[in-house]
Write a protein that binds this ligand. Structure first.
Ligand code: FAS
Ligand code: PHB
Length: 393
């Protein structure tokens, strides 16, 4: 088979790239190793930056997002038993929207299949070839048949555990990593949200986050040990810990209990590879970088990479040469590192570290106090949280 852009991975990065290229009249094939059901049911990110909402709206896949998404104009930081609202929209003029990542994927998959554009699930044995030539290819097995896809460009959108980054020869990439000494235990519960807006709580027992998926579905996270055994966490223990960490000194706990529908432990790491390109292979999203979810940047960073890559590919196919493709990695990484810094900062500010010395603890609380008591301090959190402006050109 032949196409212009071979896309490995049908997560937010791969599906959005296929969608943007299709709208620009550029052919692509999206190859996904898991089933459509698995991709559409995997619970992951939940918070969309304004830029993410805008690109989905402007490209015709935002209708359900606008019907079902929950628009937020602020968030609350809670520490020492008190709540402090950060007025995101009055500070920045931008909003954030709660709309599950799996819902975004359902909308993108429906659009792609509706357009009759190639999207193959359950592919196996994916391998990349001739990346340094002008004629790269992807071999794989689909429905038992061996296939070869010849393309001009390959987009590595196969996430942290994919094969694209690993297809780059040793010695080419430089990796930067920080593994945090804790993880998040996350639950999805059939219960109303604890609060109309998100609550990020710093507590001596550990971090907790109250977020949501709808008016009847709440999503809650609590800091736990990296190798936490889920079996050691009964429903009662989870709820008790969430009540303790999210409680307000006067109002008590806002957490509403309900049937726990999903639970899981997410590791926390910061990771970046440079460059995000090798020959005709371009890495995007989690294939190139991972952020701790504290700043709600993971999926939004993937979207930003794709907007830059799609713009560069459109220039290439309109005969304007490889210039923007050559510049892709540096431009994407400039934004990636700002999001890495913010995610590391939010994580360091809100989590308790074993063995943290009393001085560090006091400095952490003083920084939270400053953020909540200073317009400049609140602005530095707000403008990063809603998403920094993205320059495509
Ligand atoms: P993805 O990992 O989403 O997609 C990669 C796709 O490639 C997958 O569908 C995979 O099946 C496929 N693939 C892998 N290998 C392949 C191969 N060899 N061939 C073909 N296909 C292959 N971010 C937040 O902002 N907030 C959160 O709360 C949050 N929670 C998360 C919880 C978990 C458990 C995880 C793992 C991540 C979470 N993230 C969160 C981050 C997450 O949202 C990612 O940033 C986002 O999915 C990145 O999108 P992609 O780069 O498309 O990668
Ligand atoms: C979520 O709703 O899943 C979510 C929101 C904000 C975060 C992390 C996760 O920082």
């Amino acid at each position: 088979m032949r196409t212009q852009v071979g896309i490995v991975g049908a997560g937010p990065a791969g599906l959005l790239l296929g969608h943007l290229l299709h709208r620009a009249g550029i052919e692509s094939v999206v190859l996904e190793s898991r089933s459509r059901t698995h991709v559409e049911e995997r619970i992951r990110a939940g918070l969309l930056e304004q830029g993410t909402v805008d690109v989905l709206t402007e490209t015709g896949v935002g209708d359900r997002l606008h019907r079902e998404g929950l628009v937020h104009e602020g968030l609350e930081l809670r520490f020492d038993g008190e709540g402090h609202r950060i007025p995101l929209t009055s500070l920045t003029g931008r909003r954030v929207t709660i709309y599950g990542q799996q819902e975004v994927l359902k909308d993108l998959i429906a659009a792609r299949l509706g357009a009759g554009a190639p999207l193959q699930f359950e592919v196996e044995q994916v391998a990349l070839h001739d990346l340094e030539s002008d004629y790269p290819s992807i071999t794989y097995v689909h429905e038992g048949a061996a296939q070869t896809l010849h393309c001009d460009v390959i987009a590595g959108c196969d996430g942290f555990h994919g094969i694209c980054r690993e297809s780059i020869p040793a010695g080419v990439l430089r990796a930067y990593e920080r593994v945090y000494p804790f993880a998040w235990l996350g639950i999805l519960a059939a219960a109303p949200p604890a609060s109309p807006e998100l609550i990020y709580a710093r507590h001596e027992r550990g971090f907790a986050l109250a977020t949501m998926r709808s008016e009847t579905l709440s999503r809650l996270y609590l800091q736990c040990r990296p190798e936490e055994d889920l079996a050691a966490w009964s429903d009662d223990r989870i709820w008790a810990e969430l009540h303790a960490r999210l409680a307000h000194r006067d109002l008590g706990s806002p957490v509403k209990e309900g049937k726990i529908l999903q639970r899981g432990v997410t590791a926390m790491r910061s990771f970046v590879v440079e460059p995000m390109r090798f020959g005709r292979l371009f890495l995007a999203g989690d294939a190139a970088h991972i952020v701790p979810p504290t700043g709600a940047k993971g999926m939004n960073l993937a979207v930003a990479d794709i907007r830059v890559l799609a713009h560069a590919l459109q220039a290439f196919y309109r005969g304007r040469g490889m210039g923007l493709l050559e510049a892709y990695s540096a431009k994407a990484l400039a934004r990636v590192w700002k999001a890495q810094r913010f995610s590391w900062w939010m994580t360091s500010l809100l989590h308790s570290f074993d063995g943290e010395d009393p001085f560090e603890h006091k400095v952490q609380v003083a920084e939270l106090d400053y953020i909540c008591g200073s317009a400049a301090g609140a602005m530095t959190l707000a403008e990063n949280y809603v998403g920094l402006p993205l320059a495509l050109g």
